[in-house]
Design a protein around this ligand. Structure first.
Ligand code: NAD
Ligand code: WQD
Length: 338
């Protein structure tokens, strides 16, 4: 298939470009590089032997996006392009609504105008808000606990409404749990700007000596060891799931949300210990107060995705830590290393 990948220079998008290329799909990337680097194209070339076409475009620029669709013929779109930092979204809600929601509207309109009606969308476990129970399946109640989460919820609803209005549309929203790890080459990975918000990149920066110690947010959660429990999933497994989703679109009616997780909860301290074993480094930490908005345990019931996509996550926490550490140690400053 010929696939337009919006936000394809980012963390999950770049890994998905590798999986798509390995499966023989043709990729055109659209990205404004607001949270990624053009260096990614050269890294993708080194991994796959071929650099994808990369266009520097903001998806809210309807005119330019329209020209991309009218000058090419795409079989489907994968839509990663969004701002994703929960804390920042509380400080700058309008930026988040504008980028994520207006961006998605512009993209859906351009697709509609070009007659491209197949979409794989990056959603998030954040759409389950503070879940009533775990594991979480796709029928669980949806809610948002912050502006970022609200944008994801609205984006899913927009896609659902467009599919309901025109049965020619086929869309899958992939609700990622906690993506971590990197390509085993160490050439692509997660390259956060400033202080990392998420646990794995923070652990990596402590291990490489960029930060003194990890702050563990809460030691009194009702979990196995008192620390927060999440469903970490290797980004390579996630990338593979996008290829399966793309190829499953033909059999989908309307809008289908699917959880992408391993289905197993791992605590903060379990992840720290696994990382120490994989890296041979110690990760100093201090247990501090809970972070506002956090919840005790979030993990997926991935059965529906496994059944419909014929996919399952095959990499374990040790693989995630080993590959995250290889990326971090080969690129201590991420893509800023060039
Ligand atoms: P990322 O920031 O690395 O990738 C997003 C990419 O989109 C970046 O390259 C950015 O430059 C680009 N982009 C953003 N706005 C754009 C715009 N208006 N026009 C063009 N390009 C734009 O993030 P990621 O971790 O790869 O996440 C990808 C998607 O998955 C996002 O939609 C995110 O909300 C979702 N998601 C991520 C996680 C996670 O923990 N990483 C979890 C659940 C869902
Ligand atoms: C994981 C665990 C923290 C950092 C977020 C978004 C979610 C999704 C994925 C996009 C929790 C603890 C963390 C630290 C810590 N993103 N922690 N010290 O909160 O599950 O999900 O990213 O859609 O929407 O909310 O991930 O990596 O921030 O936290 O102790 O420095 O690690 O309390 O238990 P989270 P996370």
């Amino acid at each position: 298939m010929r696939v337009l990948v919006c936000g394809g220079a980012g963390y999950i998008g770049s890994h998905t470009c590798v999986a798509l290329a390995e499966r023989g799909h043709e990729v055109v990337v659209v990205d404004n590089f607001c949270n990624s680097s053009p260096v990614v194209a050269e890294r993708l070339q080194r991994i796959t032997g071929r650099a994808p076409d990369v266009l520097r475009i903001d998806i809210r620029d309807a005119q330019t996006l329209g020209r991309v669709f009218s000058g090419d013929r795409f079989d489907a779109v994968i839509h990663f392009a969004a701002l994703k930092a929960v804390g920042e979204s509380c400080e700058k809600p309008l930026d988040y609504f504008d980028n994520n929601i207006a961006g998605t509207i512009a993209l859906l309109k351009a697709m509609q105008a070009a007659g491209v009606r197949r979409l794989v969308f990056s959603s998030s476990a954040t759409v389950y808000g503070d879940p009533a129970s775990v594991p979480i399946d796709e029928d669980a109640a949806l809610s948002a606990t912050n502006p970022y989460g609200r944008t994801k919820l609205v984006m899913e609803q927009l896609i659902g409404d467009v599919c309901a209005a025109d049965p020619a549309w086929q869309a899958i929203s992939l609700r990622y749990f906690n993506p971590v790890g990197a390509h085993p080459s160490g050439l692509i990975g997660e390259s956060p700007n400033g202080i990392p918000n998420n646990l794995m990149p923070y652990i990596c920066q402590v291990a490489v000596g960029k930060r003194e110690r990890l702050q563990v947010f809460g030691g009194d959660w009702p979990t196995v060891d008192g620390t927060g429990v999440r469903d970490y999933i290797h980004v390579m497994d996630l990338a593979q799931a996008h290829v399966h989703a793309l190829e499953a679109l033909d059999g989908v009616q309307g809008h289908l949300p699917l959880n992408l997780g391993v289905g197993r909860g791992v605590s903060v301290l379990e992840l720290v210990r696994a990382f120490e074993a994989a890296s041979g480094r110690t990760v100093p930490y201090a247990i501090v107060d809970r972070r506002a908005g956090d919840v005790a345990a979030v993990y997926a019931d991935p059965a529906r995705a496994e059944r419909i996509l014929g996919w399952r996550a095959i990499r374990d926490v040790d693989d995630m830590c080993r590959d995250a550490w290889r990326w971090q140690s080969m690129n201590p400053d991420g893509y800023a290393d060039g």
